[in-house]
Design a binder for this molecule. Sequence first.
Ligand SMILES: [Zn+2]
Ligand SMILES: [Zn+2]
Length: 343
Amino acid sequence: MTAALMYEPGDVRVEQVEIPAIGPDDLLVKVAACGVCGSDIPRMNFSGAYRYPLICGHEFSGHVVDAGANVTGFAQGDLVSVPPLLPCRNCESCAEGNFSLCENYDYFGSRRDGAYAQFVDVPADNALLMPKDLDPRAAAMIDPSAIALHAVLKCGDMTDKRVAVLGAGPIGLFAVQWAKLLGAGEVLALDLSEEKAQMARVAGADLTALTSEEALEAAGRGFDVIIETAGVPPTIALAPNLAARHGHAAFIGIPHQPVQLDKGTFSNFLRHEVSLHGSWNSFSAPFPGTEWTDSADRLSDGSLKWEFMITHELPLAEVPGTMKALADRSIFSSKVLFMPNQP
Ligand SMILES: [Zn+2]
Ligand SMILES: [Zn+2]
C-alpha cells in the first residue's frame, strides 16, 4: 500500500509498504479520508513522535475490509470513524470514565501507525459505526467537532449565553456551531484572518472580530463563555479578560511559547470570579462518549455544517509538501483532507 512515513521531523517520504496484518480483535480499515490536525504540523516538522518511521494522521474514517476472528458487530463495507486515542481501560482515569486523561494511552499517528496510508489496523473497540448515509469526509471530521463539544460542555448551560470563540479554524468553527445548537444567544468569533472570520459567519457567528481590541470592544460587560481554540499566547491571555462576572473560559489550543497574563487580565479573572477550564481530548464514558455520538448524529442530520471548512482534498503524494507549506503558512487552509484511496 501507499503510505506517508515520517523518518524524522521534516523528513516525510511517500513509500510502498506492506498492508498491516491485523490481530484477532482488530479491523482492517481502508482509509476514506484523513484530516490534518493542528498538532500534525509541529509533530511532522519539528517536535517529532514516539517512534520512527511512523505513519502519522489521526482524524480519519474508512471502510471495513477485514475483521479478526473475535470481532462482532462489523461487516465488510461498514463506514467507521476512529477515535484517535486508545485508552488503557485500566488506569485510575479510565476507571472513572475520564478516558481523555488516560495515563497509559496509545494514539494513532503519534504512538502507533495512523491514517496517512491506504489501510490502518484498528482495534474494533476504537471503531465507531457511522450512519449509512454519512459522507466519509464528514466522518473524518468528528474528532475536531468532538473536541469542540468537550470544551463547550465544561462551561455549563449555554441557554441564551453570550459566547466568544477565539480562533476560527475547524475546532473553532465547530465550537461556534455547538454553542448555537445548545441554545447560546450572541456568538462572537475572533480570528486575525478575514477569510476565517468569514467562515465563522457561515458557521453561524453573529459577530466577528479581527483583533483583540475589537473583541474587547464587543465584550461590553463580558462574555459568559469563552472557548479558546487558537493556542497562541495573545488569545490565551485575552480569554480571562473577555469574561463576564462568573463567566467560564475553556482552553483547547496548545501554546508553543510561554503565556503571560498581565495585571489587568489577572485582576479581571479575580474580580469577576471567572472559572478557567482546561479541556483535553474529546472523550467521556462510555467510550468514546456523547461528544462522538452526538457529533455523528448532528453531522448526519445536517445540523452541523462541515463541507464549507474543507479547503483541500489531496492524494497521499502531497503529504510531505503540504506539511511544509502548512508549517511556513505559505497556503491558506482550514480543513485539509487527504484521500488515500482516490487516484
Ligand atoms: Zn488531533
Ligand atoms: Zn487509562
